[in-house]
Design a protein around this ligand. Structure first.
Ligand SMILES: *Cc1c(COP(=O)(O)O)cnc(C)c1O
Length: 385
């Protein structure tokens, strides 16, 4: 079978998603399934819907378009503020987009009028992570102006933490989001026309990093939605990168094929400059002068996998295999337990960075496995022009 390839176990993804839907449901919180790390793969989107997510979200309009073409029957949210140049595409395919700029909402309003649709808006609020968001004190004036735009409906508010600066979701910042929802209801409730009680519909507390808070037994206040990607796909929470109890951490694995295996000195020899990706690796600073002695030799195996395929720093090899280095196309490992030869395959677990890079590489095939037959999806590069 082709390599490198991502093997995606849809049964395990289903288990992870339905477990989280159930646990959060008991706390009054719905799950928006985030598909960006899966490039909006329709099989994964369908799996999330079957597992009970309330809707799907993606940061890229291209991925939402992929899911729409596959007729995925779900509300879809664009969870990154739209580029103004993409306003028409956003209005055409996404039910809701996340926004922080009046100019962008104004472009969406024009596009929505032209398309004779109403476009939903979730306003993102900055609560300390210093990525996207309206400063809390600016939220009310923003809403006041926005409510004057035709064909635009305020559907909710949200925040995103733990992405740029690692700020943890906690009782304080979540209570602040709840309080902001109350303030918007009090100031504009009758004009929101949203829920039966003139309340904001969606109060979206954050991403997978919110799980510890949401499941801690803390008062969840107005928070009624979390947007989960990593926790579902990798079974990990991103704050400490710990496995989540009861979830599979190997729903997605990366398989690579060996192309060389030889006994070599453990240290390079010759004058040492920079390597292909910058500084010389640690341990290389003192070149090996004993290239003729066998002392310090070990078997290094090269896999046909590199920085063009994934983030080698985010790979977890099987026990007994150690990653020694990587360049664009080569991953060098030492195996203490197995004898590896050209043609042998090994399976890596991935962190989020390695997953996203592998998913977006045209060199990496995706193989979907479900309890029935495997669904093959060749790498884009192999699909032919
Ligand atoms: C990526 C993203 C998410 C999902 O994050 P995970 O850590 O994968 O759960 C949620 N919200 C926004 C705005 C995002 O960009």
């Amino acid at each position: 079978m082709t390599a490198p390839r991502l093997e995606i176990d849809l049964d395990k993804i289903h288990h992870n998603a339905s477990t989280l839907v159930e646990r959060l449901g008991a706390r009054g919180i719905a799950v928006t399934g985030i598909t960006k790390a899966a490039l909006g793969a329709p099989e994964i989107a369908t799996t999330l819907i079957r597992a009970g997510v309330s809707g799907l979200g993606d940061s890229r309009i291209e991925n939402i378009e992929t899911m729409r073409r596959a007729r995925i029957p779900s509300p879809m949210m664009l969870i990154r503020s739209p580029m103004p140049s993409q306003a028409e595409r956003v209005v055409a395919q996404a039910d809701i987009s996340f926004n922080t700029e009046l100019d962008v909402v104004s472009r969406l309003s024009f596009a929505a009028q032209a398309a004779r649709r109403t476009h939903g808006i979730v306003l993102m609020v900055e609560l300390g992570d210093l990525r996207e968001g309206i400063m809390p004190g600016d939220l009310e004036p923003f809403v006041r102006k926005m409510l004057g735009f035709p064909n635009i409906a305020l559907r909710g508010i949200g925040t995103n933490l733990a992405c740029r600066s690692g700020v943890a979701p906690d009782a304080r910042n979540m209570a602040e989001l709840s309080a902001l929802a109350d303030r918007i209801d009090a100031a504009f409730g009758a004009r929101l026309g949203a829920g039966p009680a003139n309340r904001l519909g969606i109060v979206s507390g954050g991403n997978s990093a919110n799980l510890a808070w949401a499941l801690s037994g803390a008062d969840t206040g107005r928070i009624n939605d979390l947007r989960l990607g990593e926790a579902i796909l990798l079974g990990c929470e991103p704050l400490h990168r710990l496995p989540i109890d009861g979830l599979h951490t190997d729903a997605i694995t990366l398989i690579a094929e060996a192309i060389e295996s030889k006994r070599k000195p453990s240290r390079p020899w010759g004058e040492i400059g920079q390597s292909a990706f910058g500084a010389a690796p640690a341990g290389a600073m003192k070149p090996d002068t004993g290239r003729d002695t066998d002392a310090g030799r070990s078997t290094q195996t090269i896999f046909a996998l590199g920085r063009q395929d994934t983030d080698p720093d985010g790979l977890v090899p099987p026990a007994g295999i150690e990653i020694l280095g990587a360049s664009s196309d080569h991953l060098i490992v030492r195996s203490s337990r197995y004898h590896l030869s050209a043609g042998d395959e090994i399976r890596f677990q991935l962190n989020y960075s390695a997953l996203v890079r592998a998913m977006t590489s045209p060199f990496v095939a995706r193989v979907m496995k479900a309890s029935s037959a495997p669904i093959r999806e060749p790498a884009a590069a192999l699909q032919g022009a």
